[in-house]
Write a new protein. Structure first.
Length: 95
């Protein structure tokens, strides 16, 4: 992946957002994000499909800010330029 690549996701937080302190003292946060998927059917209408799920992780100050600001069910727009891996849960293939 390119170092300059930016990924933006729009969806709703689907799990509780919890702040965890690691054994080394770092703060981390993890939650799942559901993004809507649509397709146009043969009649030219939009059909909603199953959501696409992503796992979002953050560390240190960003993790603390997310855990105090976000909650399950909140709609968010998430944009990042630092990606370890992007995995599609429906195909389970890393891209």
């Amino acid at each position: 992946m390119s170092a300059n690549m930016t990924v933006t996701l729009r969806g709703r937080i689907g799990t509780d957002v919890k702040e965890i302190r690691t054994a080394t003292g770092r703060t981390t946060t993890r939650f799942r994000l559901a993004t809507p998927r649509w397709r146009i059917n043969d009649r030219g209408e939009f059909d909603e499909q199953e959501p696409q799920w992503y796992t979002i992780r953050a560390w240190d100050k960003l993790a603390h800010n997310m855990s105090t600001s976000f909650a399950k069910g909140h709609p968010i727009v998430f944009s990042t330029f630092s990606i370890e891996r992007l995995i599609s849960s429906s195909t389970n293939v890393a891209s």
